[in-house]
Each structure stands twice: as C-alpha cells, then as structure tokens.
Design a protein around this ligand. Structure first.
Ligand code: 0X9
Ligand code: ZN
Length: 339
C-alpha cells in the first residue's frame, strides 16, 4: 500500500485533536508545542504539564520526558501514553493521594504522544501496513516501498550509531535499518532537540510488547552490568519490579542495539532514560484497519480488544511513571512505591 499520512486515516488526527482540546481546556497546566516535522512534513507534538504551564519558562523545574510510538505498530504505547497525560491533567487539583497538584508545582512532565507520526498513520491504511515499524523514509528515492525503505528511529540516535551493527542494520530492507547517518532522521532530531533544550532528569520511551523495564547501556554485550545503581534501584528487581509482572534489566541483556534513544539520552544529555516494553495483549485485533481484522493475526502487536484492558495496562504503569516524576526534584534521593 502507498503511504498517505494526514489524508488516508483519522486516528492520528483524532489523537492530535484529543491532546489539543485537553491543552486548550487546561491552559493553567498544559502547554502544546510543535517540536519538529516528520520525513513527510507532519508535525511532531509535545505537551508540557506543569503549574502555570504558559508563564513558567520551559525547563525551569526538574523535568521528566515520557515519549511513545517510535515504532508505528506499537499502538498500546500510544494509548497508555494518552491515559498518562490525561491522568496528570485530570488530577491537577488533587491534593490527597498522589498529590498531583504538588507534583506539578515542583516538576515539569513532558509528553510526546507519537514520535513516528508518518509510520503510525501508515499502520491504519490496511492489513498490509498494520505491522509497519519504521518511519516512512524513501531511502532509495524511487518512491516508498515496504521492501527497501524506512528507517528504524530507535537505531538512528548518534551515540554508538553503527558501532558494530549488533541489533541494527545497514540494509534499508531490514526492520532495524539505522539510516544514512547518525541522527539523520527528523523524528530523531525532534526528540533530541527537546532533550537538549530541557535537560530532563528521567525519561521513559514506551514500546511493546515484551513486558520489560530496560535501562542503559544496550549497545554492546560488554555492558551487561549497569553503571547506574539509581536506575536499577528505581526499576526494581525480578521479585519486586516497578511495574507489576515486568522484568527489570540492563537493556543489553535483552539484545544489543546500536543507536537507541536511551543510551543516547544518558550519554549525551545525562538523562536517566528507560525503555518500558508494555504488554501488547492477547485479544483479537480490533482494527482501525481499512479491511478489518478478519483472519488477521498480528501476534504480540495485537491491540487489546477492550477499553478495560488498555485501562488496566495504564493503571499498572502509573506507579512507576509517578516514581520518576517524584524523583526528578532530587534524583539522588529517589522516591519509589517499592521502597
Ligand atoms: O528494539 C527496540 O527498539 C526495542 N524493542 S521493540 O520490540 N519495541 O522494538 C527495545 C530497545 C531496547 N534497547 C536495547 N536493547 N539496547
Ligand atoms: Zn518498539
């Protein structure tokens, strides 16, 4: 199928409208921003949630970045991110319990709902594009084709880009094609531009579907031991993980990848950056696909079939999200629901 971002599908437009309306209705705590444009020229959005969002200068308070959907097909990451954002805004006045009111006075929470906007759009075109992962870069200039185009943005970050091509590829046909050069992709530049400008204390980059909490480094097998006891402590251990049922680990333990966002964020900007691999669910695919879900089995990238399941995935992840937000003001003395 041919890509037709911005015209052939509505989910991205609907998502944008959803975030925009919450921003418009809550100008006290939300500021909306365009942080860059995709390969096909679509806007990449970010939302800052903090007290007096529009008067406070960006980055004046300790900040945390939550971003989602580098990989187009990982729809659960988009939906969990949406609910995290909604939760923070909806509870802006809450003093008891999680005390979001106080949290927003002390910290800035930033959300990038969809890093790979073109790719996300593309997964809604039809069955043949539902499992697309990369961006929509026309690598060979001959018109976009699934066979030999697209860059995996999570292999395109400059830190250790092309180091040994472990878990990354120089072949445009490959699912993990790393791009023409370090940071060549505009989606990557948009994320890095925000990282550089704000200087986040923590980051979560949401993916699916391995149920993991991963932390740097992940670029070579020799880095199997983390040099960040703080990140490890916040992630928890196998018996007591920060997200129930997930395995915390150094990311090289999963597999090495040259040029992922977390290694780059830590090494370039000192951001303690996690990959959280959500549970992709096991139910039938509910579509958004033009042809419908009949006899179509996208395996672990299935989108949960009920709002209750998506809500449960969000609920399960909320505590860790809040841990990082609460720890941002003094990372040396982290706050965790685990200890
Ligand atoms: O491969 C990825 O980019 C992530 N997994 S996914 O299945 N969502 O594609 C994990 C990246 C974690 N980083 C390292 N293992 N270095
Ligand atoms: Zn992913």
């Amino acid at each position: 199928p041919a890509p037709c971002p911005g015209t052939c599908s509505t989910p991205l437009t609907n998502l944008k409208t959803y975030y925009h309306q919450l921003a418009r209705d809550n100008p006290d705590v939300v500021k909306e921003e365009v942080i860059g444009h995709s390969v096909l020229g679509q806007e990449i959005m970010a939302y800052k949630v903090t007290a007096n969002a529009r008067d406070e200068r960006d980055g004046d308070r300790p900040a945390v970045l939550y971003d989602a959907t580098q990989h187009a097909r990982e729809w659960i990451s988009t939906e969990v991110e949406r609910r995290l954002f909604t939760y923070m805004v909806a509870n802006k006045k809450q003093k008891g319990g999680a005390d979001i009111k106080q949290l927003l006075k002390k910290t800035e929470l930033w959300f990038i709902p969809v890093v790979n906007v073109d790719g996300y759009d593309y997964t809604f075109v039809n069955k043949g594009s539902r499992l697309w992962r990369k961006n929509l870069r026309d690598v060979d200039g001959g018109g976009f084709s699934q066979d030999h185009d697209g860059v995996d943005t999570n292999r395109n970050f400059p830190t250790n880009w092309n180091y040994d091509l472990e878990g990354a590829s120089g072949d445009p046909a490959n699912e993990t094609y790393h791009g023409a050069g370090p940071g060549s992709e505009p989606e990557v530049q948009a994320v890095r531009g925000l990282e550089r400008r704000i200087g986040f204390k923590f980051q979560i980059d949401y993916h699916s579907f391995a149920q993991l909490i991963l932390y740097p480094e992940g670029w070579q097998v020799e880095t199997l031991a983390s040099d960040s006891p703080l990140m490890a402590a916040l992630a928890g251990d196998d018996n007591n993980p920060a997200v129930a049922g997930f395995d915390p680990d150094v990311s090289a333990e999963l597999y090495t990848t040259n040029g992922d966002v977390t290694d780059d964020a830590l090494r370039t900007y000192g951001i303690q950056s996690y990959t959280v691999e959500l549970d992709g669910g096991t139910g039938p695919d509910i579509g958004g696909t033009v042809d419908g879900p009949d006899s179509f089995s996208p395996g672990g990238f299935v989108f949960q079939d009920s709002e209750a399941d998506v809500q449960a995935e969000f609920q399960k992840n909320l505590a860790f999200t809040l841990d990082l937000a609460r720890s941002a003001k003094d990372p040396e003395n982290p706050v965790s629901h685990l200890f």
